[in-house]
Ligand binder design. Sequence first.
Ligand code: EPZ
Length: 427
Amino acid sequence: MDQIVIRGGQRLKGRIPISGAKNAALTLLPCALLTDEPLTLRNLPRLADVDGFGHLLNQLGCSTTIEGSRPEDFGRVMTARATTLTSTVAPYDIVRKMRASILVLGPLLARAGEATVSLPGGCAIGNRPIDLHLKALEAFGAEIELASGYVKAVAPGGRLKGGKFTFPVVSVGATENAVMAAVLAKGTCILENAAREPEIVDLCNCLVAMGASIDGIGTETLTIEGVDRLHGATYRVMADRIEAGSYACAAVITEGDVELVGAQANEMDATLAALRQAGATVEETKTGIRVAMSGRAEPVTLSTAPYPGFATDMQAQFMAMATLGSGASLFTETIFENRYMHVPELARMGCDIDVRGRSAVVRGVDHLVGAPVMATDLRASMSLIIAGLAAQGQTEVNRVYHLDRGYERLEEKLQSVGADIERISAG
Ligand code: EPZ
């Protein structure tokens, strides 16, 4: 397995191109199942999960062709076309490797009137149930059965119908599945307490470009008038606000000065506010966002919440940044039940972190010491990279396949702003 080796102490200076958003791409790709016409997505990031989703689409009979990048994009162009579906089954061996596969459930149900999708199971950060996905689809007329580890869903008469569902808790994935199911329903579907993440806005905007009728985009109430069919479209994937925030934390901990090229400030308010709370200079530029820091980060108090709150996907990275801060920082993780897997690994580098249930107190230390550490999940892996960039000596991050799921060309991007970092291929 590959390893990433970092020799800490370099201040990051320069411009980092921000790729297309993983969590937008993974909900835009299944939209291709909703029409027999081609869906062309621009600015797709080069990520393992995107490749995996393309493979799943192929299994369902959807062709995918990759072209080069447009000059104004960092990502590639992919055209996906499901002229006819050859299968409505998402098998266990694919779903277990990539939870986002569950996002074919809604589109298959909408297009084919049926879907059989393996239950995704849990992961490192929590048990990740999908009960809200299923309840929302049932509210739109789906009949759902759980058998032998699979969800079997059917739309009676081949088509979902109008309905209303209020989410008891905000769920990004369940909102995405419900919206993709509703766009071809016969009638009006209303979702209340829907997720409002920018990736959901990207999904809705893409569906509207394909001919869907959605009101309330960006708000917690979505009203979807079902249509008889959707047509193809060309749509550009939004910039990855979590990648941008991750590199911002790296700039702060190394007392650097970095421009996040392509990052959209209006999608990152809570992250930018947290950076300013830490004492960073944060300013919009013509081409992105500049983040600069001198001295130690100020203590921060951060509690994760659904958008527009502070993103749970930013918690581990800010925690790494706080380990060299000037005081004690407090983190509260309200979304997932086990999202502190990075703490024991950071402790190996000399961090002072005290976890009590959903909260963690991080006391700034004088310095970190590089060490061999183990990546456990995507964002935890990035927190280890961030700490390694500022640690004295060498840090070896193992199991970097976690990183490859969400960070495109990570070592290249960091090398380009002065980091002493390399990937050691283990063959
Ligand atoms: C999406 O996961 C993201 N993944 C996650 O990013 C992100 O952390 C999460 O949203 C929250 O923002 C993708 O977009 C591919 P949820 P998702 O449904 O949809 C509970 C990353 O690092 N819940 O909003 O799975 C759930 O257990 C990944 O890029 C139910 O109880 O998250 C959690 O406590 C990690 N029942 C909370 O809701 C359900 O049916 C929020 O989960 C669904 C969710």
